[in-house]
Write a protein that binds this ligand. Structure first.
Ligand code: AHR
Length: 740
């Protein structure tokens, strides 16, 4: 039976105006060449500089951080100059001598000899007939050298050109280039008949038609896609890039303001460099232009705990603390103060009143975090009480003053659907929740309908509890598929176009249909069991032993398992193959406790807890698992008997829009069947309604560059026959009906 009992006059809680926000992190090359409208790859020539403190291995093309974290490094200077190519006799080389300024580690020496150097852009430079780009470069030359700056096709057909004469010390040279043709694979070419050396310190090519026509601004189509989501806030600049994998790769506000060519570059732990042109000022400017609140995330004195962490000493923590204070002052202090004056110098004398939230760290946890959180929170709150502070762990559980906690989830759609009730029993007097990062990842890498269904089901639960779960933001936001580091992502773009994945449209539907308050409602639905299957493994004789057939039948394991360092671990229902997301259930016994944990993607869910005393070097373990149920005995004693949470066929939430006088019902059907839902309201409902539906022919349906609108919402007028409505298979729905 499927029914929603609705009491439109019963006010459960007001809506949270800040519920739907966006989170930008420079990942998948979403900064330079993405949201930040710069068109030149490696415009500062710094991309191949090995991050300070790291060592480079040319065979594996990797760098290793001082604490031992290994990551890829694909732009080594030994293999060329990333993004730039010389031809027709031109010669170019990098130099670390006499660079443009203290921030620049490299400059480019060029001898043209009648040839040219070209910049390839990010998969080409996209030009349009009649549209204009602004080029500038800092260059120097002992003699007078005329250089032709041109936008051309790959084969050299010229679409626009200007000539600049370089002479003397470093000077900024600039010109406008208006293209005569459309070409998505154009290049920027610098050519000259002269043979004398020119040194180029920094370059830039920007469309003049940026969002709000801001200089050094954002790519208009991408910024507009963000605004169409009606976000209440922007969280920035990360994510893991705030943490870094070393002291040197940790984010610092002070490197991201001022003249762009004087900003230090930042090696992002997603495998590339940013010139920091999209910096703190630009983020605040976007928030102001878009009339949304800003949430600044800063490093709190430690690096990413998933990447061989480095815990900074007191001196460096103080340094990071000061960096956070300076960022706050930059936004909030009057123009006649040190940091307010810097803001004014950068073109914004008024304060940035959009700054509202401050997040202390990103995804940090445990004792080391708690110490730092306390240190930052207590001092910042005393000095800047006007902001809302966000912790990245449940610091309230250890008695620390905590306002809002940022929870993150990356899992499969069924995790989200079955955890629709996750926040149903929050303490009304407890902390506020911000679900700062979430996405259905497993089985949804290209951003399919299935992911959107799981997330939407989860969001109905969040909407129901928005008296405490006040904010959310999907993650990550952008992906240029030529540089993928993380999937799925909400908006897929290349150098000239973009599309939203189904989750984008689901979020748009939810954000456009908020209402004024959550009204009384009870959802009656049928459920599917979450039936698991997969391998068992455990440690014996110091080795991982994998046993058990991978099928859906009853599976039993009986084994002697090693206790390593007082801890015993057994995995069951493990479906994870090499290179895939993890999905397994672990029994972890230590310190007299035994816990069954579900590791699903990057999320971790405690299934059940029990007591268990371990002695000696091994324990005898018996697991009996069947479908969604399991029973565990350790040394002959029953420690766990549990069933997994089942998956509701429909999930729903009801709000009332007082201004429009309408009831809004969001219903998600995650099954493969059409379902008739009975809307049983305790006041009469109108007999017709507007139904907006996001659906497709199968769960895997995606949008793409070729079919950017294959999965988009469609709105129809429908009749509510005796309150009954057909909710199609695999669909996210918003029903709006007049309240009589
Ligand atoms: O959104 C991608 C990454 O996921 C973020 O950088 C990090 O916070 C999380 O682990």
């Amino acid at each position: 039976m499927y029914q929603i009992d609705i009491s439109p006059n019963k006010r459960l809680c007001n809506i949270s105006p800040s519920l739907y926000g966006i989170f930008f992190e420079d990942i998948n090359r979403s900064g330079d060449g993405g949201l930040y409208a710069e068109m030149l790859m490696n415009r500062s020539f710094d991309d191949g500089v090995i991050p300070q403190g790291c060592t480079y291995n040319a065979d594996s093309k990797t760098i290793t951080s001082p604490t031992g974290w290994v990551s890829s490094f694909n732009c080594s200077e030994t293999e060329g100059i990333y993004g730039w190519v010389a031809s027709d006799g031109a010669q170019m080389s990098l130099t670390d001598k006499d660079t443009l300024n203290f921030a620049r580690k490299r400059a480019l020496n060029v001898r043209f000899n009648g040839g040219k150097i070209v910049n390839l852009g990010f998969g080409g430079i996209a030009v349009r007939a009649g549209s204009t780009c602004k080029f500038y470069m800092f260059a120097k030359s002992e003699t007078s050298v005329q250089i032709t700056i041109a936008l051309t096709s790959e084969s050299g057909e010229v679409y626009a050109h200007q000539t600049l004469t370089v002479e003397g010390g470093y000077t900024k040279y600039e010109c406008l280039l208006e293209s005569t043709a459309d070409d998505n694979k154009a290049v920027l070419s610098l050519s000259s008949q002269f043979a004398d050396t020119v040194t180029i310190g920094f370059t830039s090519l920007f469309p003049t038609d940026t969002f709000m026509k801001r200089e050094n601004g954002l790519r208009r189509d991408l910024a507009e896609k963000l605004i169409a989501l009606k976000p209440a806030f922007l969280r920035f600049p990360g994510g893991c890039i705030v943490e870094g994998f070393s002291k040197e790769t940790a984010h610092r506000f002070e490197d991201t303001i001022g003249k762009v060519w004087e900003r230090k570059p930042h090696w992002l732990l997603w495998g590339y460099n940013t010139t920091n042109g999209l910096g703190y000022h630009e983020f605040l400017q976007f928030c102001e232009d878009a009339r949304i609140d800003a949430m600044y995330v800063f490093n709190c004195g430690m690096t990413c705990q998933a990447r061989c962490p480095d815990y900074f000493d007191d001196k460096l923590i103080e340094n990071m603390y000061n960096d956070a204070v300076h960022a706050i002052l930059y936004a909030s202090a009057p123009a006649n103060t040190e940091w307010g004056a810097k803001r004014a110098e950068n073109g914004h004398p008024e304060t940035f009143v959009c700054l509202k939230y401050l997040e202390i760290g990103n995804e940090n946890y445990g004792e080391e975090y708690n110490k730092r959180y306390k240190y930052f929170y207590e001092r910042l709150k005393a000095e800047f009480p006007q902001y809302t502070y966000i912790a990245t762990d449940h610091t309230e559980k250890i008695g620390l003053p905590t306002e809002t906690v940022d929870d993150h989830f990356y899992s499969d759609p069924l995790f989200f659907a079955s955890n629709n009730d996750m926040y149903d029993s929050l303490d009304r007097n407890g902390v506020n929740i911000y679900v700062g990062e979430y996405a259905a990842t497993i089985g949804c890498k290209k951003g399919n309908l299935y992911g959107a269904l799981g997330e939407a089901a989860f969001l109905t639960g969040i909407e129901r509890n928005q008296y405490k779960v006040k904010m959310t933001s999907y993650a990550p936001l952008f992906n240029n598929p030529a540089y993928t580091a993380w999937e799925p992502d909400l908006i897929i773009f290349n150098n000239h176009t973009s599309y939203g994945i189904p989750s984008y449209y689901m979020l748009k539907m939810f954000a456009e249909n908020r209402g004024s308050f959550v009204c009384g409602h009870t959802v009656i639905t049928e459920y599917d069991k979450r039936c698991e299957h997969g391998a068992f493994s455990y440690i014996s004789g110091g080795k991982k032993v994998t046993v058990g057939s991978i099928d859906e039948n009853r599976q039993s394991l009986s084994a002697d398992v090693d206790i390593v360092g007082g801890r015993l671990t057994v995995s069951f229902w493990d479906t994870c193959a090499e290179g895939e997301d993890q999905n397994h259930y672990d029994i972890v016994c230590e310190g007299g406790k035994s816990t069954v944990i579900h590791y699903n993607g990057w999320s971790k869910e405690i299934i059940c807890e029990g007591n268990c005393e371990l002695g000696g070097n091994s324990a005898h373990i018996e697991i009996d698992a069947d479908g969604d149920e399991f029973e565990i005995k350790i040394n002959g004693v029953l420690t766990h008997k549990a069933a997994l949470k089942s998956v509701p066929h429909i999930s729903a939430v009801c709000t009332v829009d007082e201004t429009a006088g309408e009831l809004i019902i969001k219903i998600v059907n995650i099954t493969e069947n059409d379902i008739t839902v009975n809307l049983a309201s305790d006041i009469p409902l109108a007999s017709n309604a507007l139904l907006t539906t996001l659906t497709a022919t199968n769960m895997q349906s995606c949008n793409s560059f070729d079919s950017p609108e294959a999965v988009v919402p469609v709105t129809n007028e429908v009749r509510l026959e005796d309150g009954k409505i057909n909710i199609g298979a695999r669909s996210v729905n918003v029903i709006r009906t007049e309240l009589r």
